[in-house]
Design a protein around this ligand. Structure first.
Ligand SMILES: [Zn+2]
Ligand SMILES: [Zn+2]
Length: 249
């Protein structure tokens, strides 16, 4: 696993477990980057957890995965709380394989949850099985799936009878460049949807059904920005199916 350093594998495992554990009302971004409200610089976040369907930046959770041989101590918790404040996180998780000191737990209070994740949980976990990022110039990224929006449609069968069919998509993000990806569960087409291309008119898969995917950068009333992936349906109905915050205010 040359391209997968030990710490990175551990970070991705934590992201995977979080995404599997949470309701799909939340979206999970591994290796996120948010411009801090206090420092004004980009902060790297191991795992970012946010509201999926709305431009809601009032509840944001961040996770720091610390793969190392010593326990989490007070300084780790304090540094993490500083980061939480900068990126506007309402709660934080510190995950490590070795546990923590009792002072660290006191410093964590209710704002931070410290979790133990032993290294043996890595057994059988292999992100090389994830699809490669399909954006040009991103050769090392892998796609992390975290949502599965479904659309139901009334279709006519060969005898003219109406039948209801569900179409499922997998949605996610590249773990390196963050770009949104979609895989159609029907035709299996996998594509990326860039959020900063102004001439982009959206992407429709080979099924050619009446919807398409489009990404954009949204700004809330306080000026915080997030990249969002939208599913646009026939009659102009728009559903936000994935998000990734870019800045805090
Ligand atoms: Zn990428
Ligand atoms: Zn399709």
């Amino acid at each position: 696993m040359s391209e997968w350093e030990d710490w990175k594998l551990y970070e991705r495992l934590v992201a995977r477990l979080m995404a599997d554990e949470l309701s799909t009302d939340f979206c999970v971004t591994p290796n996120a980057s948010i411009r801090g409200a206090i420092t004004g610089i980009k902060r790297q976040i191991d795992v970012l957890i946010e509201i999926r369907h709305d431009t809601d930046n009032t509840r944001r959770l961040i996770v720091d995965a610390k793969r190392r041989s010593r326990k989490i101590d007070v300084k780790d918790v304090e540094a993490f709380r500083g980061m939480m404040e900068d990126v506007g996180a309402t709660h934080g998780y510190l995950v490590c394989p070795r546990g923590h000191t009792s002072a660290a737990e006191k410093r964590a209070q209710t704002a931070v949850t410290i979790r133990l994740l032993p290294l043996d949980r890595l057994e059988g976990f292999d992100p090389r099985t994830w699809p490669r990022c399909s954006r040009n110039k991103c050769s090392k990224g892998r796609v992390f799936w975290d949502g599965h929006p479904e659309i139901s449609l009334n279709l006519l069968d060969a005898d003219g009878n109406a039948i209801r069919r569900a179409f499922i998509h997998d949605v996610g993000k590249c773990d390196r460049c963050g770009v949104f990806h979609v895989e159609c569960g029907t035709c299996r087409e996998l594509f990326c949807v860039l959020e900063c291309n102004e001439v982009d008119v959206g992407h429709r898969c080979a099924c050619q059904l009446p919807w398409f995917l489009l990404a954009s950068i949204e700004m809330d009333e306080k000026g915080a920005q997030s990249a969002e992936l939208h599913l646009v349906m026939g009659l102009g109905e728009v559903r936000t199916v994935n998000r990734r915050s870019l800045s805090a205010v």
